[in-house]
Design a protein around this ligand. Structure first.
Ligand SMILES: NC(=O)c1ccc[n+]([C@@H]2O[C@H](COP(=O)([O-])OP(=O)(O)OC[C@H]3O[C@@H](n4cnc5c(N)ncnc54)[C@H](O)[C@@H]3O)[C@@H](O)[C@H]2O)c1
Ligand SMILES: [Zn+2]
Length: 317
């Protein structure tokens, strides 16, 4: 059975391919698809389509961006107690990040990914013809997650040719996932690099996830330098990365830094990686390939936000 983003059927090559499935279920992409409230309605429809098919013969193939992948991945993990799953990511973000590693999630009352499983796909097919129907803004969104993996794994970034950079970025993510597939040992936590502040910027300024992560990375790297964890020569190397220039200098980053401290504090305290009291596990970077995790207080993060804001204002006026 195919579960797919209905938007894709506009494209003849996708429409032709989708007709080969004995059953297909079209969904509308976006966060509302992941809402737990509409889940029963979807499961009933999927159940009707699957009919009497035995679970051991059923494979669910999910084609779409991250929202469809998260929804379909969750369906496959619980439908008839779990059926075979194949992912066909069709956004750059899904192709680089969300289709790999097995995480899925549904939203509860607007809070993201509160319900979910870790259920890796048996196969993941990244199809160039399906990806190339995306507009350029989607590529910029993906750049944040690419920069994250490249900095974590010391992979040189290539600006522009996303298709060619895919294999190395995917392998980079999977090398981290494989060390901690069920997110038990803490290694997988490294994939949250740039996300502590990224999630704050995303929520407060309604930025696309990948762009917010890009600004979160800029924040984390500048913070690493300020704390003396990252040496000047390594910092120079990082900021010479061609993807870096997509995020800074920019008006958006100044808006991120200019958020009211009370708002930032409120959002930081909701962070899943919060430890005791007002402390968070923050991911710093010593140099490309060498992340370090340190516990920091929320007030220290707020001071760093102000420091960067004052510095950037003095540079850009
Ligand atoms: N499971 C994970 O590990 C993981 C990781 C990162 C993000 N996510 C989730 O992924 C989601 C965001 O991913 P996304 O941006 O891919 O979301 P999305 O599925 O909402 O897709 C974004 C937009 O692109 C459109 N689209 C999809 N494929 C297209 C194509 N080939 N051509 C043109 N348009 C196309 C969609 O219709 C939608 O409008 C969020 O829900 C996030 O929580 C999950
Ligand atoms: Zn992310």
């Amino acid at each position: 059975m195919l579960i797919f983003d209905r938007r894709l059927s506009r494209h003849p090559s996708f429409a032709r391919w989708s007709r080969r499935f004995p059953a297909a279920y079209a969904v509308t992409a976006g966060e509302s698809l992941k809402d737990i409230g509409v889940f029963p309605k979807h499961v009933k429809a999927i159940s009707r389509l699957a009919g009497p098919m035995a679970s051991r013969r059923l494979t669910i193939v999910v084609a779409g961006g991250g929202s469809v992948g998260d929804f379909g991945g969750f369906v496959a993990s619980v439908f008839k107690r779990g059926v075979r799953l194949v992912q066909v990511p069709t956004t750059w973000l899904a192709a680089i990040d969300s289709a790999h590693g097995g995480k899925n999630g549904l939203n509860v009352g607007g809070a993201k990914n509160q319900i979910g499983t870790i259920y890796p796909a048996a196969e993941i097919h990244v199809v160039r013809a399906f990806l190339e129907t995306q507009g350029p803004e989607r590529a910029r969104e993906a750049a944040g997650e690419i920069l994250k993996i490249n900095l974590l794994k010391k992979i040189p970034s290539a600006k522009g040719d996303l298709w060619r950079s895919l294999p190395r970025v995917i392998a980079g993510k999977m090398s981290i996932v494989r060390r901690d597939p069920l997110e038990k040992s803490g290694v997988r936590h490294l994939l949250n690099f740039g996300h502590t502040m990224g999630h704050v910027f995303e929520a407060a300024l309604s930025l696309p996830h990948g762009s917010a992560v890009g600004y979160g990375l800029v924040f984390a790297v500048a913070y690493s330098r300020a704390k003396g964890l990252c040496a000047a020569k390594d910092y120079e190397k990082i900021i010479a990365d061609p993807l870096w220039s997509l995020f800074i200098p920019s008006r958006d980053y100044l808006d991120c830094l200019g958020l009211p401290p009370a708002r930032v504090k409120g959002l930081l305290l909701k962070d899943k990686k919060r430890t005791a009291g007002d402390k968070l596990r923050f991911i710093f970077l010593k140099k490309p390939g060498q992340p370090v995790i340190r516990e920091v207080g929320v007030d220290e993060i707020l001071r760093e936000l102000k420091r960067q804001k004052d510095l950037l204002r003095s540079v850009y006026g």
